[in-house]
Design a protein around this ligand. Structure first.
Ligand code: MG
Ligand code: MG
Length: 248
């Protein structure tokens, strides 16, 4: 079901998303050579809780942590672990969600650890830019196909693969609501976005093929060719004349 948010609901979502944004900023300072992904997870859980919110990922369909940490060829849903040490040259995608007074925030960033290769650093930048290429055309009445098309066209023009198997989503009282928000699509197709809808737009861009598969842990999604992948996500409010990015 697609929900249109009231002013009060939007205010709570703003707060939930600001908490996510600030959590990601805190993690960015801590993503360094030698840190475990479990430590990043603890920092996130403590911070979100201190803000009076709840880490929405913890226990979601049985997920065992408060953030997802996906390194290099891992696309999304990597599980934080005491055994996983971040290394110089890695790129680490961190996905984070919080619930504040019943409303959800959801955002993701990909961080470079120390000095990374030029191709990895370009991938991170392009993934972020693909989000903004989509957002640039957004306002009330724009179709989901137009959004996906804008993201896809930009990413593919650089030779990257746009993940098809996972998509963005509506967000509100639930982290995942209708509609699905693909990062690919046909211009002029799909439903029209309406004012005061809130959606999470989250391009997952691969250096090589868009094909992915899931590891045996039942969570971690990796690229089929083993090449790196990056992720960038924000929760966005649709307005008459544009958008408000709630998690920036
Ligand atoms: Mg997310
Ligand atoms: Mg999301």
């Amino acid at each position: 079901m697609i929900t249109i948010k009231s002013a009060h609901e939007i205010e709570l979502m703003r707060k939930a998303n600001q908490i996510v944004r600030d959590t990601l900023a805190l993690l960015e300072e801590n993503v360094k050579e030698g840190v475990t992904t479990a430590r990043l997870d603890r920092l996130a859980r403590e911070y979100i809780t201190r803000c009076g919110a709840v880490p929405s990922f913890l226990g979601y369909n049985g997920f065992p942590a408060s953030i997802c940490t996906s390194i290099n060829e891992q696309v999304v849903h990597g599980i934080p672990s005491e055994k996983v040490f971040v290394k110089e040259g890695d790129i680490v995608s961190v996905d984070c969600g919080s619930i504040y007074k019943g409303y959800n925030g959801d955002a993701a960033r990909t961080f470079a650890v120390g000095k990374v290769s030029e191709e990895k650093s370009k991938l991170i930048e392009a993934t972020k830019q693909s989000f903004f290429e989509g957002v640039k055309i957004l306002k009330e009445g724009v179709r989901l196909g137009d959004l996906g098309h804008a993201i896809q066209t930009y990413a593919e023009s650089l030779g990257y693969g746009v993940v098809r198997a996972l998509v963005g989503h509506g967000i509100g009282k639930n982290m995942h609501e209708d509609p699905e928000v693909p990062n690919y699509g046909k211009a002029g197709h799909g439903m029209r976005l309406r004012k005061n809808m809130t959606i999470a737009i989250e391009p997952m861009i691969n250096m090589g093929t868009y094909d992915v598969y899931m590891l045996e842990d039942g969570w971690t999604v990796v690229t089929a060719d083993g090449l790196p992948s990056a992720h960038y996500e924000n929760t966005v409010l649709i307005k008459e004349d544009g958008v408000e990015i709630l998690s920036l």
